[in-house]
Design a protein around this ligand. Structure first.
Ligand code: GTP
Length: 122
């Protein structure tokens, strides 16, 4: 896992494999110990279309993610369920890096600087 300078991390487990949820907890511990202190963590329980073979209960995953203040969502990459949601929530939680935005919040125009006249030796 490479996390130096990261603003956010999404950790994915497979809801049909309990061991992937246990492994995820190790990654969270690693992130908390060595990752940036303000990193936003999102946990995605993938393959939520396979509820018949579910091994990780949604309630258990939610309780755990609440305890570590992480974003939680169950996803299905196969059926395109909740794929955008973690990204949207992450973008809400990442603090703005611009402490002094332009007044009015309407942005500003980048203007071309008048080029300095070239000096010539003769
Ligand atoms: N039913 C279902 N299958 C999925 C989903 N996402 C991935 N898969 C399938 O799971 C298998 C592994 O997908 P990969 O993208 O290779 O994921 P991986 O983490 O490398 O592999 P595993 O951990 O072994 O699942 C492939 O057969 C995918 O088609 C999903 O949301 N639902």
């Amino acid at each position: 896992m490479y996390h130096r300078g990261s603003a956010a991390a999404i950790i994915v487990y497979d809801i049909t494999k309990e061991e992937t949820f246990s492994t995820l907890k190790n990654w969270v511990t690693e992130l908390r110990q060595h990752g940036p202190p303000s990193i936003v963590v999102a946990i995605a329980g993938n393959k939520c279309d396979l509820i018949d073979v579910r091994e990780v209960m949604e309630r258990d995953a939610k309780d755990y993610t609440d305890s570590i203040h992480a974003i939680f969502v169950e996803t299905s990459a196969k059926n395109a369920i909740n794929i955008n949601e973690p990204f949207i929530e992450i973008s809400r939680r990442i603090p703005s890096t611009d402490a002094n935005p332009p007044s009015g919040g309407k942005g500003f125009k980048l203007l071309r600087q008048p080029s300095k006249p070239k000096r010539s030796c003769c």
